[in-house]
Design a protein around this ligand. Structure first.
Ligand code: MF3
Ligand code: CO
Ligand code: CO
Length: 268
């Protein structure tokens, strides 16, 4: 399959799916506190998606080639967990950093977004800086998106900012085309060279979702077959949006009332 160009009707459906995914994050935000288990957050999100929104949680039973079916409805990755953390019974502690990654399906289309959360008080300055810099990296990548820009422009913008801060980019996972399928072409790398890669065209929809480590870039997979951690157990952060290449630039599709504002460094 090659890159799908969405029609105006499909773009409308992607806007709806994107907003709904973001609204799940809005919904869950007040529940994220010390003492709550990520399994409980999964249960709350699942019920909200299925019963309130009428969406389907895309992760549940998702089984790409080489993977066993994903057992939960959200991903919840804590501290040195990079991505695909499986919600479980362990309670969050104050100072933990948590990524919640939500993908919903509505009327056949996917919306995919994640945010970082700092649990209670007492996170380290490093943890807060990692979350903030990763958010800036996401938006610097988004700001590259316009017709005629190259995929490598996105990766380059992300990489430059992360590495200037002394952090490292996870290379094994990337953003992805998205639409009727959860993971479509193209792969959107979070590193690379400006001016390389395919040219962006209006109607493309893809995610940008940098995973950035406070320490080294190397990762390992837990025996659960899903959870990715940093090999050196350093903290890792990730933010994700689903983006449309519009006629003039970009449109972020995963927006809702509770979306954090774009970072100050984007305002020129
Ligand atoms: N939401 C993740 C992404 O951004 C994918 C999670 S796959 C799952 O691509 F099965 F773990 F949910
Ligand atoms: Co994604
Ligand atoms: Co995601």
């Amino acid at each position: 399959m090659s890159i799908t160009i969405k029609t105006p009707e499909e773009i409308d459906a992607m806007r709806v799916a994107g907003r709904l995914a973001s609204e799940v994050l809005d919904f869950i935000t007040p529940y994220i506190k010390p003492g709550v288990a990520t399994g409980e957050l999964n249960r709350l999100c699942h019920d909200y998606m299925v019963n309130t929104q009428g969406t389907t949680p895309a992760p549940l039973n998702y089984a790409p080639p080489g993977y066993r079916p994903y057992p939960k409805s959200i991903c919840a990755s804590v501290n040195h967990q990079v991505c695909h953390g499986i919600p479980g019974d362990r309670p969050l502690k104050k100072g933990d950093i948590l990524n919640i990654d939500i993908t919903v399906i509505k009327d056949g289309f996917h919306g995919d977004t994640s945010r970082m959360f700092i649990v209670g008080e007492g996170a380290s300055i490093l943890a807060k800086r990692l979350c903030a810099v990763t958010y800036e990296c996401l938006w610097l990548g988004i700001a590259q998106v316009r017709p005629g820009a190259r995929l490598g422009d996105i990766g380059h913008a992300v990489q430059r900012h992360a590495e200037a801060a002394g952090f490292s980019i996870v290379r094994e996972f990337c953003g992805h085309g998205i639409g009727r399928k959860f993971h479509e072409e193209p792969q959107v790398l979070h590193y690379g060279r400006a001016g390389t890669g395919i040219a962006l065209e209006p109607g493309m929809t893809f995610t940008i979702e940098p995973m950035i480590n406070a320490g080294r870039a190397a990762i390992s997979e837990l025996p659960d077959g899903w959870t990715i951690i940093t090999k050196d157990r350093s903290l890792s952060a990730q933010w994700e949006h689903t983006v449309l290449v519009s006629e003039t630039g970009y449109e972020v599709l995963t927006v809702s009332a509770g979306s954090p504002a774009a970072p100050a460094l984007l305002v020129t």
